[in-house]
Design a protein around this ligand. Structure first.
Ligand code: NDP
Ligand code: GDR
Length: 338
Protein backbone atom coordinates (compact mmCIF):
# COMPACT_ATOMS: atom_id res chain seq x y z
CA UNK A 1 0.00 0.00 0.00
CA UNK A 2 2.96 2.36 0.42
CA UNK A 3 3.48 2.99 -3.31
CA UNK A 4 1.98 5.67 -5.53
CA UNK A 5 -1.08 3.68 -6.61
CA UNK A 6 -1.56 1.99 -3.24
CA UNK A 7 -1.91 5.35 -1.52
CA UNK A 8 -4.44 6.72 -4.02
CA UNK A 9 -6.43 3.50 -4.12
CA UNK A 10 -6.58 3.37 -0.30
CA UNK A 11 -7.98 6.93 -0.31
CA UNK A 12 -10.56 6.06 -2.92
CA UNK A 13 -11.68 2.89 -1.12
CA UNK A 14 -11.95 4.62 2.26
CA UNK A 15 -13.89 7.42 0.60
CA UNK A 16 -16.33 4.84 -0.78
CA UNK A 17 -16.95 3.24 2.60
CA UNK A 18 -14.62 0.25 2.47
CA UNK A 19 -12.62 -1.19 5.33
CA UNK A 20 -9.05 -1.29 3.97
CA UNK A 21 -6.25 -3.64 4.95
CA UNK A 22 -2.89 -2.63 3.48
CA UNK A 23 0.33 -4.60 3.36
CA UNK A 24 3.54 -2.79 4.23
CA UNK A 25 7.15 -4.00 4.04
CA UNK A 26 9.19 -3.69 7.15
CA UNK A 27 12.01 -1.19 6.58
CA UNK A 28 14.64 0.32 8.83
CA UNK A 29 13.37 3.77 7.89
CA UNK A 30 9.77 4.99 7.65
CA UNK A 31 8.24 4.04 4.29
CA UNK A 32 4.66 5.12 4.93
CA UNK A 33 4.89 8.82 4.02
CA UNK A 34 2.35 8.42 1.19
CA UNK A 35 -0.29 6.99 3.53
CA UNK A 36 0.46 8.73 6.82
CA UNK A 37 -2.46 11.12 6.28
CA UNK A 38 -4.83 8.11 6.20
CA UNK A 39 -3.71 6.68 9.50
CA UNK A 40 -6.13 6.69 12.38
CA UNK A 41 -5.65 5.31 15.85
CA UNK A 42 -6.46 1.57 15.73
CA UNK A 43 -7.83 1.85 19.29
CA UNK A 44 -10.79 3.82 17.91
CA UNK A 45 -13.67 1.50 17.20
CA UNK A 46 -14.63 3.28 13.96
CA UNK A 47 -11.24 2.72 12.29
CA UNK A 48 -11.54 1.29 8.77
CA UNK A 49 -7.84 1.42 7.90
CA UNK A 50 -5.43 -1.32 8.97
CA UNK A 51 -1.78 -1.99 8.13
CA UNK A 52 -0.02 -5.34 8.26
CA UNK A 53 3.63 -6.18 7.76
CA UNK A 54 4.08 -8.57 4.84
CA UNK A 55 6.41 -9.28 1.96
CA UNK A 56 5.65 -10.92 -1.38
CA UNK A 57 8.53 -13.33 -0.81
CA UNK A 58 6.75 -14.79 2.24
CA UNK A 59 3.99 -17.16 1.08
CA UNK A 60 2.92 -18.27 4.54
CA UNK A 61 2.33 -14.66 5.63
CA UNK A 62 0.13 -14.07 2.59
CA UNK A 63 -1.88 -17.19 3.46
CA UNK A 64 -2.28 -16.05 7.06
CA UNK A 65 -3.42 -12.55 6.11
CA UNK A 66 -5.95 -13.82 3.58
CA UNK A 67 -7.40 -16.05 6.28
CA UNK A 68 -7.53 -13.42 9.00
CA UNK A 69 -8.76 -10.47 6.92
CA UNK A 70 -11.12 -12.40 4.58
CA UNK A 71 -11.15 -9.69 1.91
CA UNK A 72 -13.88 -9.19 -0.72
CA UNK A 73 -11.42 -7.57 -3.11
CA UNK A 74 -7.65 -7.98 -3.40
CA UNK A 75 -5.73 -5.28 -5.26
CA UNK A 76 -2.26 -6.60 -6.03
CA UNK A 77 -0.06 -3.55 -6.64
CA UNK A 78 3.23 -4.60 -5.06
CA UNK A 79 6.26 -5.04 -7.31
CA UNK A 80 9.86 -4.17 -7.94
CA UNK A 81 8.48 -1.64 -10.38
CA UNK A 82 11.55 0.11 -11.81
CA UNK A 83 12.45 -1.02 -15.34
CA UNK A 84 16.06 0.20 -15.25
CA UNK A 85 16.64 -1.49 -11.88
CA UNK A 86 15.22 -4.75 -13.25
CA UNK A 87 18.27 -5.02 -15.54
CA UNK A 88 20.51 -4.77 -12.46
CA UNK A 89 18.39 -7.14 -10.34
CA UNK A 90 16.73 -9.48 -12.85
CA UNK A 91 16.23 -12.52 -10.64
CA UNK A 92 15.01 -10.47 -7.67
CA UNK A 93 12.55 -8.74 -10.00
CA UNK A 94 11.43 -12.14 -11.31
CA UNK A 95 10.97 -13.40 -7.75
CA UNK A 96 8.93 -10.43 -6.49
CA UNK A 97 7.15 -9.08 -9.55
CA UNK A 98 6.56 -12.49 -11.15
CA UNK A 99 6.62 -15.20 -8.48
CA UNK A 100 5.17 -12.85 -5.86
CA UNK A 101 1.96 -12.82 -7.89
CA UNK A 102 1.95 -16.62 -8.08
CA UNK A 103 2.33 -16.79 -4.28
CA UNK A 104 -0.62 -14.46 -3.80
CA UNK A 105 -2.82 -16.32 -6.28
CA UNK A 106 -1.93 -19.61 -4.61
CA UNK A 107 -2.73 -18.15 -1.19
CA UNK A 108 -6.18 -17.16 -2.48
CA UNK A 109 -6.75 -20.60 -3.98
CA UNK A 110 -5.53 -22.50 -0.93
CA UNK A 111 -7.53 -20.47 1.58
CA UNK A 112 -10.61 -20.60 -0.64
CA UNK A 113 -10.96 -16.84 -0.12
CA UNK A 114 -14.02 -15.64 -2.03
CA UNK A 115 -12.51 -12.46 -3.36
CA UNK A 116 -12.06 -10.58 -6.59
CA UNK A 117 -8.44 -10.15 -7.62
CA UNK A 118 -6.74 -7.29 -9.47
CA UNK A 119 -3.31 -7.75 -11.05
CA UNK A 120 -1.27 -4.64 -11.90
CA UNK A 121 -0.17 -5.57 -15.41
CA UNK A 122 1.84 -3.13 -17.46
CA UNK A 123 2.21 -1.61 -20.91
CA UNK A 124 5.87 -2.59 -20.54
CA UNK A 125 4.73 -6.11 -21.52
CA UNK A 126 4.06 -4.80 -25.06
CA UNK A 127 7.73 -3.86 -25.39
CA UNK A 128 8.60 -3.59 -29.05
CA UNK A 129 5.08 -4.18 -30.41
CA UNK A 130 3.97 -1.37 -32.71
CA UNK A 131 1.67 1.25 -31.14
CA UNK A 132 -1.15 1.89 -30.55
CA UNK A 133 -1.31 -1.14 -28.25
CA UNK A 134 -4.62 -2.68 -27.20
CA UNK A 135 -5.78 -5.83 -25.37
CA UNK A 136 -5.03 -8.10 -28.38
CA UNK A 137 -1.64 -6.64 -29.30
CA UNK A 138 1.12 -9.28 -29.04
CA UNK A 139 3.37 -9.00 -26.00
CA UNK A 140 7.07 -8.53 -26.75
CA UNK A 141 8.69 -7.46 -23.46
CA UNK A 142 12.15 -5.89 -23.59
CA UNK A 143 13.14 -5.97 -19.92
CA UNK A 144 13.30 -8.38 -16.97
CA UNK A 145 10.51 -6.29 -15.44
CA UNK A 146 8.33 -6.67 -18.55
CA UNK A 147 8.99 -10.41 -18.65
CA UNK A 148 8.16 -10.79 -14.93
CA UNK A 149 4.92 -8.84 -15.39
CA UNK A 150 4.01 -11.02 -18.35
CA UNK A 151 4.40 -14.15 -16.20
CA UNK A 152 2.16 -12.57 -13.55
CA UNK A 153 -0.33 -11.54 -16.25
CA UNK A 154 -0.63 -15.06 -17.64
CA UNK A 155 -0.80 -16.57 -14.15
CA UNK A 156 -3.76 -14.30 -13.43
CA UNK A 157 -5.47 -15.45 -16.63
CA UNK A 158 -4.62 -19.07 -15.81
CA UNK A 159 -6.25 -18.86 -12.38
CA UNK A 160 -9.31 -17.21 -13.93
CA UNK A 161 -9.63 -19.99 -16.49
CA UNK A 162 -8.59 -22.93 -14.30
CA UNK A 163 -10.36 -22.08 -11.04
CA UNK A 164 -13.08 -19.66 -12.13
CA UNK A 165 -11.56 -16.85 -10.07
CA UNK A 166 -12.76 -13.30 -10.65
CA UNK A 167 -9.22 -12.31 -11.61
CA UNK A 168 -8.55 -9.24 -13.75
CA UNK A 169 -5.46 -7.79 -15.41
CA UNK A 170 -5.35 -4.03 -15.76
CA UNK A 171 -2.78 -3.27 -18.44
CA UNK A 172 -1.96 0.23 -17.31
CA UNK A 173 0.19 2.62 -19.28
CA UNK A 174 2.49 5.05 -17.44
CA UNK A 175 0.63 7.07 -14.85
CA UNK A 176 2.20 9.75 -12.75
CA UNK A 177 1.44 12.18 -9.95
CA UNK A 178 3.17 14.23 -7.28
CA UNK A 179 3.43 10.91 -5.38
CA UNK A 180 5.43 9.21 -8.14
CA UNK A 181 8.77 7.76 -7.04
CA UNK A 182 11.57 10.33 -7.45
CA UNK A 183 13.58 8.21 -9.89
CA UNK A 184 10.86 7.83 -12.54
CA UNK A 185 11.43 10.29 -15.34
CA UNK A 186 8.39 12.59 -14.98
CA UNK A 187 8.93 13.12 -11.25
CA UNK A 188 12.66 13.55 -11.78
CA UNK A 189 12.00 16.26 -14.37
CA UNK A 190 9.23 18.01 -12.39
CA UNK A 191 11.36 18.04 -9.26
CA UNK A 192 14.38 19.38 -11.13
CA UNK A 193 12.35 22.13 -12.85
CA UNK A 194 11.01 23.40 -9.52
CA UNK A 195 14.36 23.16 -7.77
CA UNK A 196 16.23 24.90 -10.59
CA UNK A 197 13.63 27.67 -10.55
CA UNK A 198 14.19 28.01 -6.79
CA UNK A 199 17.97 28.20 -7.30
CA UNK A 200 18.65 24.90 -5.52
CA UNK A 201 20.36 23.22 -8.48
CA UNK A 202 21.17 24.22 -12.04
CA UNK A 203 20.95 21.04 -14.12
CA UNK A 204 19.44 17.58 -14.36
CA UNK A 205 20.90 14.54 -16.11
CA UNK A 206 18.63 12.30 -18.20
CA UNK A 207 19.09 9.36 -20.55
CA UNK A 208 17.05 8.70 -23.69
CA UNK A 209 15.02 11.81 -24.56
CA UNK A 210 13.42 10.18 -27.61
CA UNK A 211 11.40 7.55 -25.74
CA UNK A 212 7.67 8.06 -26.28
CA UNK A 213 5.17 7.29 -23.52
CA UNK A 214 1.46 7.68 -22.91
CA UNK A 215 1.44 9.54 -19.59
CA UNK A 216 -1.75 9.77 -17.56
CA UNK A 217 -2.72 10.89 -14.06
CA UNK A 218 -2.56 8.24 -11.31
CA UNK A 219 -5.74 9.21 -9.36
CA UNK A 220 -7.79 8.67 -12.52
CA UNK A 221 -6.10 5.32 -13.13
CA UNK A 222 -6.98 3.95 -9.69
CA UNK A 223 -10.63 4.77 -10.45
CA UNK A 224 -10.29 2.52 -13.51
CA UNK A 225 -8.72 -0.19 -11.32
CA UNK A 226 -11.68 -0.05 -8.94
CA UNK A 227 -14.19 -0.12 -11.82
CA UNK A 228 -12.62 -3.31 -13.22
CA UNK A 229 -13.50 -5.21 -10.04
CA UNK A 230 -17.11 -3.93 -10.04
CA UNK A 231 -18.04 -5.48 -13.41
CA UNK A 232 -20.27 -8.51 -13.95
CA UNK A 233 -17.43 -10.62 -15.37
CA UNK A 234 -13.63 -10.61 -15.10
CA UNK A 235 -11.89 -9.20 -18.17
CA UNK A 236 -8.57 -7.55 -18.98
CA UNK A 237 -8.39 -3.86 -19.91
CA UNK A 238 -5.88 -1.41 -21.35
CA UNK A 239 -5.90 1.87 -19.41
CA UNK A 240 -4.24 4.80 -21.17
CA UNK A 241 -4.88 8.30 -22.45
CA UNK A 242 -4.31 7.36 -26.11
CA UNK A 243 -1.89 10.29 -26.49
CA UNK A 244 1.88 10.31 -26.97
CA UNK A 245 4.70 12.52 -25.69
CA UNK A 246 8.44 12.06 -25.72
CA UNK A 247 10.66 12.55 -22.68
CA UNK A 248 11.87 15.67 -24.47
CA UNK A 249 8.26 16.95 -24.74
CA UNK A 250 7.70 16.37 -21.04
CA UNK A 251 10.90 18.23 -20.14
CA UNK A 252 9.79 21.18 -22.28
CA UNK A 253 6.32 21.23 -20.67
CA UNK A 254 7.75 21.07 -17.14
CA UNK A 255 10.37 23.78 -17.63
CA UNK A 256 7.90 25.99 -19.52
CA UNK A 257 5.69 25.84 -16.45
CA UNK A 258 8.33 27.67 -14.40
CA UNK A 259 9.38 29.94 -17.27
CA UNK A 260 12.71 28.24 -17.98
CA UNK A 261 14.30 26.99 -21.22
CA UNK A 262 14.70 23.22 -20.77
CA UNK A 263 17.59 23.02 -23.24
CA UNK A 264 19.77 25.07 -20.88
CA UNK A 265 19.24 22.74 -17.90
CA UNK A 266 18.75 19.18 -19.20
CA UNK A 267 22.00 17.31 -19.80
CA UNK A 268 22.66 13.84 -21.11
CA UNK A 269 24.14 11.03 -19.03
CA UNK A 270 24.59 7.63 -20.59
CA UNK A 271 24.11 5.92 -17.21
CA UNK A 272 20.35 6.51 -17.44
CA UNK A 273 20.07 4.55 -20.70
CA UNK A 274 18.78 0.98 -20.52
CA UNK A 275 20.46 -2.08 -22.10
CA UNK A 276 17.29 -2.42 -24.19
CA UNK A 277 14.81 0.42 -24.62
CA UNK A 278 11.09 0.41 -25.34
CA UNK A 279 10.76 3.12 -27.96
CA UNK A 280 7.05 3.90 -27.96
CA UNK A 281 4.11 2.89 -25.79
CA UNK A 282 0.81 4.48 -26.76
CA UNK A 283 -2.37 2.83 -25.53
CA UNK A 284 -5.72 2.32 -27.19
CA UNK A 285 -8.19 2.58 -24.27
CA UNK A 286 -11.34 2.03 -26.42
CA UNK A 287 -12.46 -1.04 -24.48
CA UNK A 288 -12.18 0.75 -21.13
CA UNK A 289 -14.31 3.57 -22.57
CA UNK A 290 -16.90 1.18 -23.96
CA UNK A 291 -17.20 -1.26 -21.03
CA UNK A 292 -16.12 0.71 -17.95
CA UNK A 293 -17.23 4.15 -19.13
CA UNK A 294 -13.73 5.35 -18.21
CA UNK A 295 -11.79 8.06 -20.03
CA UNK A 296 -8.60 9.90 -19.09
CA UNK A 297 -9.19 13.60 -18.49
CA UNK A 298 -5.68 14.80 -17.57
CA UNK A 299 -3.19 14.71 -20.47
CA UNK A 300 0.56 15.39 -20.48
CA UNK A 301 0.50 19.23 -20.44
CA UNK A 302 -1.83 19.39 -17.43
CA UNK A 303 0.00 16.51 -15.76
CA UNK A 304 3.32 18.34 -16.06
CA UNK A 305 1.72 21.44 -14.56
CA UNK A 306 0.21 19.47 -11.64
CA UNK A 307 3.53 17.82 -10.87
CA UNK A 308 5.70 20.93 -11.15
CA UNK A 309 3.25 22.98 -9.07
CA UNK A 310 3.25 20.28 -6.38
CA UNK A 311 7.06 20.39 -6.23
CA UNK A 312 6.97 24.18 -5.90
CA UNK A 313 4.40 23.93 -3.09
CA UNK A 314 6.55 21.41 -1.26
CA UNK A 315 9.63 23.63 -1.60
CA UNK A 316 7.61 26.52 -0.16
CA UNK A 317 6.72 24.33 2.82
CA UNK A 318 3.06 24.10 1.85
CA UNK A 319 0.98 20.97 2.35
CA UNK A 320 0.06 18.90 -0.72
CA UNK A 321 -3.29 19.65 -2.31
CA UNK A 322 -6.04 17.36 -1.11
CA UNK A 323 -7.12 14.73 -3.62
CA UNK A 324 -10.86 14.92 -4.34
CA UNK A 325 -12.74 11.69 -5.10
CA UNK A 326 -16.02 12.24 -6.91
CA UNK A 327 -18.41 10.17 -4.79
CA UNK A 328 -19.90 7.20 -6.57
CA UNK A 329 -22.17 4.75 -4.78
CA UNK A 330 -21.15 1.12 -4.73
CA UNK A 331 -22.85 -0.47 -7.74
CA UNK A 332 -25.10 -3.45 -7.18
CA UNK A 333 -22.77 -6.29 -8.16
CA UNK A 334 -24.03 -9.55 -9.51
CA UNK A 335 -22.66 -12.63 -7.82
CA UNK A 336 -19.78 -14.24 -9.73
CA UNK A 337 -20.05 -18.01 -9.90
CA UNK A 338 -16.94 -18.61 -12.03
P1 NDP B 1 5.53 1.84 -6.68
O1 NDP B 1 6.89 1.41 -7.01
O2 NDP B 1 5.27 3.25 -6.29
O3 NDP B 1 4.95 0.90 -5.50
C1 NDP B 1 5.26 -0.46 -5.44
C2 NDP B 1 4.82 -1.00 -4.11
O4 NDP B 1 5.23 -2.36 -3.99
C3 NDP B 1 5.40 -0.27 -2.89
O5 NDP B 1 4.43 -0.16 -1.90
C4 NDP B 1 6.52 -1.21 -2.45
O6 NDP B 1 6.86 -1.09 -1.10
C5 NDP B 1 5.83 -2.53 -2.72
N1 NDP B 1 6.75 -3.66 -2.74
C6 NDP B 1 7.90 -3.79 -3.44
N2 NDP B 1 8.47 -4.96 -3.21
C7 NDP B 1 7.67 -5.61 -2.32
C8 NDP B 1 7.73 -6.86 -1.67
N3 NDP B 1 8.76 -7.69 -1.85
N4 NDP B 1 6.73 -7.20 -0.83
C9 NDP B 1 5.72 -6.35 -0.61
N5 NDP B 1 5.61 -5.14 -1.19
C10 NDP B 1 6.58 -4.77 -2.03
O7 NDP B 1 4.61 1.44 -7.91
P2 NDP B 1 3.29 2.16 -8.49
O8 NDP B 1 2.40 2.54 -7.38
O9 NDP B 1 3.70 3.16 -9.50
O10 NDP B 1 2.65 0.96 -9.31
C11 NDP B 1 1.79 0.01 -8.68
C12 NDP B 1 1.84 -1.30 -9.45
O11 NDP B 1 1.44 -1.07 -10.80
C13 NDP B 1 3.24 -1.92 -9.55
O12 NDP B 1 3.06 -3.33 -9.56
C14 NDP B 1 3.76 -1.46 -10.90
O13 NDP B 1 4.69 -2.38 -11.41
C15 NDP B 1 2.46 -1.46 -11.70
N6 NDP B 1 2.40 -0.52 -12.80
C16 NDP B 1 2.69 0.80 -12.59
C17 NDP B 1 2.55 1.71 -13.61
C18 NDP B 1 2.84 3.16 -13.42
O14 NDP B 1 2.96 3.86 -14.43
N7 NDP B 1 2.91 3.66 -12.20
C19 NDP B 1 2.08 1.28 -14.95
C20 NDP B 1 1.78 -0.14 -15.04
C21 NDP B 1 1.93 -0.99 -14.00
P3 NDP B 1 7.93 0.05 -0.60
O15 NDP B 1 7.15 1.33 -0.52
O16 NDP B 1 8.35 -0.49 0.72
O17 NDP B 1 9.02 0.10 -1.63
P1 GDR C 1 9.05 3.27 -17.46
O1 GDR C 1 9.14 4.65 -16.66
O2 GDR C 1 10.35 2.63 -17.67
O3 GDR C 1 8.22 3.54 -18.68
O4 GDR C 1 8.26 2.35 -16.42
P2 GDR C 1 10.39 5.64 -16.41
O5 GDR C 1 9.79 6.91 -15.96
O6 GDR C 1 11.43 5.01 -15.57
O7 GDR C 1 11.02 5.81 -17.90
C1 GDR C 1 10.27 6.35 -18.97
C2 GDR C 1 11.19 6.62 -20.13
O8 GDR C 1 12.06 7.69 -19.81
C3 GDR C 1 13.38 7.36 -20.24
N1 GDR C 1 14.36 8.12 -19.45
C4 GDR C 1 14.56 8.01 -18.13
N2 GDR C 1 13.94 7.24 -17.20
C5 GDR C 1 14.34 7.37 -15.91
N3 GDR C 1 13.72 6.64 -14.95
N4 GDR C 1 15.34 8.23 -15.55
C6 GDR C 1 16.01 9.01 -16.46
O9 GDR C 1 16.90 9.76 -16.12
C7 GDR C 1 15.59 8.90 -17.82
N5 GDR C 1 15.96 9.52 -18.97
C8 GDR C 1 15.22 9.03 -19.95
C9 GDR C 1 13.45 5.85 -20.03
O10 GDR C 1 14.54 5.29 -20.78
C10 GDR C 1 12.08 5.42 -20.51
O11 GDR C 1 12.07 5.25 -21.89
C11 GDR C 1 7.16 2.86 -15.68
C12 GDR C 1 7.11 2.10 -14.35
O12 GDR C 1 6.16 2.71 -13.52
C13 GDR C 1 6.71 0.66 -14.56
O13 GDR C 1 6.47 0.03 -13.29
C14 GDR C 1 5.41 0.64 -15.37
O14 GDR C 1 4.99 -0.69 -15.59
C15 GDR C 1 5.63 1.35 -16.70
O15 GDR C 1 5.97 2.69 -16.41
C16 GDR C 1 4.36 1.35 -17.54
Amino acid sequence: MTGQDGSYLAELLLDRGYTVHGLVRRASTFNTHRIDHLYSDPHHSDTRFFLHHADLSDASRLLELLQTTAPDEVYHLAAQSHVRVSFEEPTFTGDITGMGTARLLEAIRLTGAECRFYQASSSEMFGSSTPPQHEDTPFQPRSPYGAAKLYAHWMTRSYREAYGMFAVNGILFNHESPRRGETFVTRKIARAAARIKAGLQDRVYLGNLDAVRDWGYAPEYVEAIWLMLQQDSPQDYVIATGTASSVRDFARLAFDRVGLDWTRHVHYDQRYERPAEVDALIGDPSKAGRVLGWKARVLAPELAAIMVDAEARALAGQAPERQEWPGEPLPQRREWKG
